[in-house]
Write a protein that binds this ligand. Structure first.
Ligand code: DX5
Ligand code: ZN
Length: 215
């Protein structure tokens, strides 16, 4: 696995848009089409209004190939479930700043478990909420849709937050990735990259694309 820095552009297809009946083939299809990471969206039906999958599916993806697993926990108690996702083979675990947990402690525990730590914030959440944790993270996820469902439209109003995340990183001498998630495709990716993002999560635009279907 090639280590990536924030100066690398990383494409992370979201499994949420794949055919759940063929998870292994879908993951291989994404890898052959050029995926750098796989983005795995875990939803509990409480933090967001949708239920996706849990540690067993993360483990199945982990066991079927060796791609870097970027696990996005959209769950209310990430601290409680953390050990199960570590055991399942996650490489990077992202938790939401809005969830019900001690954020600093959860981020510390993710790193102590040998994983990279990510912190996510929703479009409506002010950037100041993540400020206290910037030196504890390997990735900041600026949600570009309200989380819960794939196939939503990219929210342009998040672009200034991405630029601020890059500015804060520079001012503080930090090196976290800036990830965008939601509505990313050929028309919106250039805007997110220009604002300072380097990790592009893409669900519908990758798994539904004709190009990748043919691989
Ligand atoms: C949204 C998820 C996303 C989603 C992106 O709640 O976190 O990762 O799968 O899907 P698209 O790319 O279709 O917007
Ligand atoms: Zn996601």
């Amino acid at each position: 696995m090639i280590p990536r820095t924030y100066q690398d552009r990383v494409i992370a297809p979201s499994l949420l848009a794949a055919d759940f009946g063929r998870i292994q083939e879908e993951t291989s299809r994404a890898i052959h089409a050029g995926a750098d990471w796989m983005h795995l969206d875990v939803m509990d039906g409480h933090f967001v209004d949708n239920i996706s999958f849990g540690p067993a599916v993360v483990q199945a993806v982990h066991e079927s190939n060796d791609i870097f697993l970027d696990v996005h926990l959209m769950i209310s108690r990430p601290d409680h479930y953390l050990p199960r996702f570590v055991a399942a083979g996650a490489d990077l675990i992202t938790v939401h700043v809005e969830a019900d947990h001690d954020v600093a402690q959860t981020l510390r525990r993710i790193r102590e478990a040998g994983c990279q730590a990510g912190l996510a914030l929703n479009p409506a959440t002010p950037m100041e909420s993540v400020l206290p944790y910037l030196d504890q993270i390997d990735l900041l996820l600026c949600m570009t849709v309200v989380p819960g469902f794939g196939g939503q439209a990219f929210m342009d109003e998040v672009l200034p937050k991405i630029a601020l995340a890059a500015q804060w990183r520079h001012e503080r001498g930090l090196n976290y990735h800036i990830e965008v998630d939601g509505g990313i495709g050929a028309a919106t990716a250039p805007k997110a990259l220009a604002a300072g993002a380097n990790v592009l999560v893409a669900g519908s635009s990758t798994f539904s694309a004709h190009l990748i279907r043919c691989v």
